[in-house]
Each structure stands twice: as structure tokens, then as C-alpha cells.
Design a protein around this ligand. Structure first.
Ligand code: GDP
Length: 365
């Protein structure tokens, strides 16, 4: 399963945020595809469409979908035997599919900052630089080898050399691979290099309790936003401490608490949805009287693959996907109304499933 790694300097609030994630977290038993590991937190994906579908269909049971966050700090702390912390840190980042970079934006004199004062851009650059240097090191040997062959006019090597040189140039200017523009063809080559700085990133600005209602007042948040805009990354504002408290509440209490704070959605819920998108994940639904359920698929998956997420037999015996978009179903008010309006399509093997599709799979057993 794809996972988003929580990364950041010491004392920025990673553990506090990860605690909130595990407290709010889903029962692993309901999600057999998820990893059971103390450093992995399973979260349910908040989705108002699931509630609407439940109202519409009135099933016996409603099941949200889920995915995983990985606490990199936790792994690194627990595994510092022999190898240096640096290498462990990098090798664990290598294993995650997207990065949630937590940055300290709260002032608190009682909590030591590793570099002496709160400076979110310095913090971001410290970690980014570490990753860039690791990537530079990992392509340098390859450049040497490919360069030799390129000089002998080997076509493929010449092509690869061009790509590698472009990366090297970026790294030497302290720029991550994800900010370099490549053609689609080159992009495939880059993907094969498994670079740390190719991974998609979002920034989590951890603010103090007083700033959560109006984070634009916080100058550190402004700085992070400006920085992130340059690499077209998203910024999510949270107060990790408050999220830890919210995570202990039930739904009604949570709604009241958020209302008191003057916010519509908790920072953690925003983070969950942003990380889900960052991982390239999307949701389709099944809606029967027994169960209304959200399922996670990877954007770009076709109907049979999506059927296989429910059960391998569904994929093997796939015939058709009876599909209606969430919006069309809601507009119609019921499945039969949507059908009468001609909104229910019979899709075949090549159909690319879209976020929000409500699907009934037909298959041979
Ligand atoms: P980590 O080293 O990044 O995992 O940081 P921790 O989660 O252990 O947090 C470091 C310290 O900062 C702890 O004492 C936390 O209680 C505190 N802290 C974390 N988030 C916040 C926050 O939003 N506001 C305030 N005031 N303190 C926080």
C-alpha cells in the first residue's frame, strides 16, 4: 500500500502529530491490506460523499476507505544500531511514496529549537539539502559511466547523459528533482532513478494554539506559503497539540470544538485529504443495501483493476462495470432515477475509473 512519510527536524511536533493520527486512527482489523507496525498510522479518509450516499441508500453498514502514514522519526529513533542516523533517515524516506514535511511555526521558549530560533525556511532547506546531496551522490557514479558511453556516441547513453546532467545542474543549485522540467519520455527515465527529491511533497506548518483560527496572522506560515508556492507544493496548517486533543473526541464533540475554535475542518482532516491526493489516490464507491463503501484506487487504474481491489475474482471474471458518477446519482435522487435518466453507463475493460464513480461490477465466477 502507498504511504505518506512524516518528516521534519527534531522538536517541530512530528510525534505530537503522529500521536493525533494514531489516536484518530482506524481499526487495523477493518483494513486487512494495511500494515501493522507501531510506526504506521492508519487513517480513514474523510469524505462527505460517503455520508450523502448513506442517506440515499440507507444501508446496514457504511465503511470509509483508509490509507497509511509512516512516522519516519519513530523508525529512525528505534533503529540507530551501527549505521549513522543520517543513512537510516534517508533509507526510510526512500521507502515512502510521498513526503509530509512538518515545519515548526510556533514560538515557545520552553521548547528548544535545534538551530536556536524558529526559522521555518532554514528548517525546510536543511532537510531538503540533505536529500539533494544524497541524490547528487547517487547519480554521480552513473553520470561517469553513462558519460563514457555517450562520448562513444552510444545513442541511449547520450540521451540519458542529457537527463542526468540536467539533474546534476539542479542539485548543484540546491534544487530538488521535482522542480526540474522534463518531457514525458525523460520523466520515465527519471522515475527509474528512484530519487528522494522526486517524491511529491507537502508542507505541514505546525502553529501554536492561538494561531489556529487565523493562521494568516502568523508570519512563519506566510514564509512557508511563499516558499512552497515556488515549487508548487501545498501547505497545510495544523496545531499538532490541538489535533491530539481533537483526536480523542467523538464526532459531535469534535464538531462543537471546531466551532468554538472558529474552523470548519480540523487541520488533520485537511492533511489526510491532501496526502491522499499527493499519493495519487482517488475514491470510488459501491452502494448496496447491505453496505455503502468507499474504495481507494490509484489514479489511472482501469475498471478491472479497480474490481480487483474488492476481490481478485472480480478482476479475473470481470464483464462490465455498471457506473454512475456521484453527482449524477445525487441529482437523480436514486439509482433507478439515474438509470431512467440514462446516467448509468455500462463500462468495459478499458474504462478509466474516475474519482467519485459509483460502481456495480458484473463478473463471471
Ligand atoms: P518531534 O521531535 O518533531 O517529534 O516533536 P514533538 O512532537 O516531540 O514536539 C516537541 C515539543 O513541542 C513537545 O514538547 C510538544 O508538546 C511541543 N509541541 C508540538 N506541537 C506543538 C504546538 O502546536 N504548540 C505548542 N505550543 N507546542 C507544541
Amino acid at each position: 500500500a502507498l504511504t505518506a512519510g512524516i518528516v521534519g527536524l527534531p522538536n517541530v511536533g512530528k510525534s505530537t502529530l503522529f500521536n493525533a493520527i494514531t489516536k484518530a486512527g482506524a481499526e487495523a482489523a477493518n483494513y486487512p491490506f494495511c500494515t501493522i507496525d507501531p510506526n504506521v498510522g492508519i487513517v480513514e479518509v474523510p469524505d462527505h460523499r460517503l455520508h450523502k450516499l448513506t442517506e440515499l441508500v440507507k444501508p446496514k453498514k457504511t465503511v470509509p476507505t483508509a490509507f497509511e502514514f509512516t512516522d519516519i522519526a519513530g523508525i529512525v529513533k528505534g533503529a540507530s544500531k551501527g549505521e549513522g542516523l543520517g543513512n537510516k533517515f534517508l533509507s526510510h524516506i526512500r521507502q515512502v511514496d510521498a513526503i509530509c514535511h512538518v515545519v515548526r511555526c510556533f514560538a515557545d521558549d520552553d521548547i528548544t529549537h535545534v538551530s536556536g530560533k524558529v526559522n521555518p525556511i532554514d528548517d525546510i532547506e536543511t532537510i531538503n539539502l540533505e536529500l539533494i546531496l544524497a541524490d547528487l551522490e547517487s547519480i554521480e557514479r552513473r553520470i561517469e559511466r553513462v558519460g563514457k558511453m555517450a562520448r562513444q556516441k552510444d545513442k541511449e547513453s547520450m540521451y540519458e547523459f542529457e537527463v542526468l546532467s540536467k539533474l546534476k545542474e539542479a542539485f548543484e543549485a540546491d534544487k530538488p528533482a521535482r522542480t526540474v522540467e522534463f518531457t514525458e519520455e525523460q520523466e520515465k527515465l527519471v522515475k527509474g532513478l528512484h530519487l528522494l527529491t522526486s517524491k511529491p511533497v507537502l508542507y505541514v506548518a505546525n502553529v501554536g494554539e492561538d494561531d489556529i483560527a487565523d493562521p494568516s496572522e502568523n508570519e512563519y506560515v506566510q514564509q512557508v506559503r511563499e516558499f512552497a508556492a515556488n515549487e508548487e507544493a501545498e501547505v497545510i496548517v495544523v496545531c499538532a497539540k490541538i489535533e491530539e486533543e481533537i483526536a480523542e473526541l467523538d464526532d459531535d464533540e469534535k464538531a462543537m470544538f471546531l466551532d468554538e475554535l472558529g474552523i470548519e475542518e480540523s487541520g488533520l482532516d485537511q492533511l489526510i485529504r491532501a496526502a491522499y491526493n499527493l499519493l495519487g489516490l482517488a475514491t470510488y464507491f459501491t452502494a448496496g443495501v447491505q453496505e455503502v463503501r468507499a474504495w481507494t484506487f490509484k489514479q489511472g487504474m482501469k475498471a478491472p483493476q479497480c474490481a480487483g481491489i474488492i476481490h481478485t475474482d472480480f478482476e479475473k471474471g470481470f464483464i462490465r462495470a455498471e457506473t454512475v458518477s456521484y453527482d449524477d446519482l445525487l441529482a437523480g435522487g436514486s439509482m433507478s432515477a439515474a438509470r431512467e435518466a440514462g446516467r448509468v453507463r455500462l463500462e468495459g475493460k478499458e474504462y478509466l475509473v474516475k474519482d467519485g464513480d459509483v460502481i456495480h461490477f458484473r463478473f463471471n465466477v
